[in-house]
Structure formats: structure tokens, C-alpha cells
Write a protein that binds this ligand. Structure first.
Ligand code: SAH
Length: 387
């Protein structure tokens, strides 16, 4: 018998709005459900609302898997994984590195699977997917025939589920570095120790967009291992890449070498200081890319984050020649697109420039936004032209 968890009216409303998370405060009765198991979800009257992963440790008590009364077995997960893979194959992007499963958006809450050529990197971010890990990995092996599967279960959110932070091989063997190709550019992805699962796959399509507008002298700020720099180097005379991580910049240089680019220079510096210095020195660029880490980690830090975003964007606009392009991102889901636009408007007004909005973008389509879950629209990328 599948245990039945009863949720409050508020929980039910949330569920009916399509949001897949029910918080602990909206759970009325758990009827002894074990953490990580699939449970039935009911309202206070006893009506069936769906089925969910239950987590005893987390504030996110329930993660809805389906609203239907269906069997949740291996065959069910095979269908979900296969349909997520089919969607990626239909995106007609030329890349050997992409996200196969983006959690809630793909109907497999709290599971992340990234593909790097012959290798998979997996994150099980709740009790539910943690408990199902070996079944899911078997299915991934069956569907994609990887040479190795790594678990990059070191994101801090795991701690909120009372789960340990671990990195280990779940299948086959996984090398330290894997060479992948993204739209004609080679990258060395550090699967074990790189940020996220190795590369910032979510910026892939924005990098291509940037290359559509970029020219001349380009500045790539918060470059990491050169995701943007490589694509800028295709079309610009000169690219300056800036990051605080010397390790990331070393990888950037090896990526540049793999692509035979000789027009990229790296600068190890704090972006805030460097932008200020460049403005003081009246440096001029034709293209500036800003891709900082999330400044707003929670709702409380939004005001401070806005100041940070304003500062770097204002300086970037100062550095641009009239007619130049700014490609600017925020990956803080707490900062909405509307708020980000208002930050850019304030920055452009302070600079005394006119900027036009050329494109409003989000994360790449292999990280799909679930329409009923605003949290999945975390990355906002704007392309502006300074006039
Ligand atoms: N643009 C990259 C991803 C950037 S991730 C891509 O497309 O792949 C954010 C980067 O900002 C990280 O590499 C981090 O090392 C760097 N970083 C964080 N704080 C910084 C600061 N104050 N100055 C410069 N770089 C910083």
C-alpha cells in the first residue's frame, strides 16, 4: 500500500496551480511515510491529488511526480527519461555537452543529468531521487550507453535533505577531463572538480547570441573557462577574459589552444576592481559580456544584489563605445526579469547613454522553464546596444 499524505487547502491550491512543491507547513498528516518514498497526496476530504516524493528532512516535504493515478515503477521512469532525451535531440543544437534532465521541468523532480560526450554527470538532490539512484542510473545506461556515470552530489542543497555531499563513480570510469564540442568549439570539461557539473551549459545559446553581435575589442568578465571568450574569439579581433580563478583561466588558455585561438588574453582580477580601473583609464570596448555568479542567493539579499548588478553594468556601459553591445546576465532567480531590466535602465540613465534592448533571453532550451514553477526561470540574459 502506498502511504497517503494529507495536505492543507493552501497546499492543494498550490498543487492545482501546477507548482510541484508542497512545503512542510502545508502537510497535515504523513501516516508514517518513509523519507524518500513515493506517496499518494490527498486533500483534507480524502480526494486524490497526485503522487509525490516525500522528504521528512526537507522544508520541501513533497515534490509532485504526477497528478494521475498511475504506477510509478521502472517503466514509468524509463518513459520520463526517454522523453527528456527525445526533447534534447529535437533541439537541433550541435553540441556533445548538454543537460539531459532538468529536474522538475522534466517531471523527474530533483534529478539533474548532464551529458558530456560519452559520460554522464548525475545529481540526486532530494531523498526521493537519492533512494531511486541505482534504478535511474541503470535506465540511463540502457538509454544512452555511456562509458561512465559520475555522481556530482556535492551541491549544498543536499544538506537540506540531510544527505551527504559526495562525488563518486556510479558506473564505468570517468576521467578528470573530458573534451566536448559546442557549436564548433572545443572545451575541456572538468567533470570532477569544475563548477556546476563541469561547464556552464545553461549559457550555451547566449554565447551564440553574443557572437551574433560581437566585434572588435571584447571584454569577457566572469569568464570562468572561457565559455563566452571562445565564441567571441571567432568573431572579434581581441578578447580580454577576466576571472578571479587562476585555475579557470588556465583551463581557458588550454581551451583557446585546442581551438587555435591566439587572440584571447586572460587577466586574473576581481571584476569590480578591474572594471573601475578600466573606466579610470578610459578603456574602450566594442563588446562587453557580464556573467557574474548569483549575487542574490535569497530574497533578503535582493536589494544588495541589485546594487552589485547596477555597479558592474554601469561600468560596462561606460566602457562601451556608442554602437557597442552589452551581453549581460543574472542567474539569481530571486531577481526577476522585470527587476533586472530596471537595474539596467537605471545604469544606462546614470551613464547618460541611450541603450536599446536587442534581445531578452533565458537559459538554454536544454534547461527548460516549467511554466508553473517560476523558480525554473533563473537565468536572464539581456543583449543591449549602447547608442
Ligand atoms: N561565463 C562563464 C561562466 C561564469 S561563472 C561561462 O560562460 O562558462 C562565474 C565566474 O565568476 C566564476 O568563474 C567565478 O570564478 C567568477 N567570479 C566570481 N566572483 C568574481 C569576481 N569578483 N571577479 C571576477 N570573477 C569572479
Amino acid at each position: 500500500m502506498v502511504p497517503q499524505v494529507v495536505v492543507s487547502r493552501r497546499g492543494q491550491d498550490r498543487l492545482l496551480s501546477g507548482h510541484p512543491w508542497i512545503f512542510r507547513s502545508d502537510v497535515k498528516k504523513t501516516a508514517g511515510a518513509t523519507s524518500g518514498s513515493v506517496v499518494g497526496v490527498r486533500n483534507v476530504r480524502g480526494d486524490r491529488l497526485g503522487q509525490a516524493f516525500y522528504s521528512k528532512e526537507s522544508q520541501i516535504a513533497l515534490r509532485i511526480i504526477t497528478s494521475a493515478d498511475e504506477n510509478i515503477d521502472e517503466a514509468f521512469w524509463r518513459v520520463r527519461l526517454a522523453s527528456a532525451l527525445r526533447y534534447r535531440k529535437g533541439l537541433s543544437s550541435s553540441t556533445t555537452a548538454y543537460r539531459w534532465v532538468h529536474g522538475e521541468s522534466d517531471g523527474i523532480p530533483s534529478l539533474v543529468v548532464d551529458r558530456y560526450g560519452d559520460y554522464l554527470s548525475v545529481q540526486t538532490l532530494s531523498r526521493g531521487t537519492e533512494r531511486l539512484k541505482s534504478t535511474l542510473v541503470d535506465l540511463m545506461v540502457e538509454l544512452a550507453r555511456p562509458v561512465g556515470v559520475l555522481e556530482r552530489n556535492d551541491p549544498k542543497v543536499r544538506a537540506l535533505e540531510g544527505l551527504p555531499l559526495v562525488k563518486s563513480t556510479l558506473y564505468g570510469e570517468v576521467p578528470r577531463s573530458v573534451r566536448v564540442q559546442e557549436e564548433g568549439i572545443f572545451f575541456h570539461a572538468n567533470l570532477w572538480d569544475g563548477q556546476k557539473t563541469g561547464l556552464f551549459l545553461d549559457q550555451r545559446e547566449n554565447r551564440l547570441a553574443a557572437a551574433r553581435y560581437a566585434s572588435g575589442r571584447a571584454l569577457d568578465v566572469f569568464s570562468y573557462d572561457g565559455g563566452y571568450s571562445m565564441h567571441l574569439a571567432r568573431v572579434c579581433e581581441k578578447v580580454l577574459a577576466v576571472d578571479t580563478s587562476g585555475e579557470a583561466l588556465a583551463r581557458l588558455r588550454s581551451n583557446a589552444e585546442a581551438n587555435h585561438f591566439t587572440n584571447i588574453e586572460t587577466i586574473e582580477a576581481n571584476a569590480f576592481d578591474l572594471l573601475r580601473d578600466f573606466v579610470d583609464r578610459r578603456e574602450v570596448f566594442d563588446t562587453v559580456v557580464l556573467d557574474p555568479p548569483a549575487f542574490a542567493k535569497n530574497r533578503a539579499s535582493v536589494a544588495q544584489a541589485r546594487r552589485g548588478y547596477k555597479e558592474i553594468n554601469l561600468r560596462a556601459l561606460k566602457l562601451l563605445r556608442p554602437g557597442g553591445y552589452l551581453i549581460t546576465s543574472t542567474c539569481s532567480y530571486h531577481l526577476t526579469e522585470v527587476q533586472f531590466l530596471s537595474v539596467l535602465a537605471a545604469a544606462t540613465a546614470d551613464v547618460g547613454a541611450r541603450s536599446i534592448l536587442v534581445e531578452k533571453r533565458a537559459q538554454a532550451r536544454d534547461h527548460p522553464v516549467l511554466l508553473t514553477m517560476p523558480e525554473t526561470h533563473y537565468l536572464k540574459c539581456l543583449v543591449l546596444q549602447k547608442r
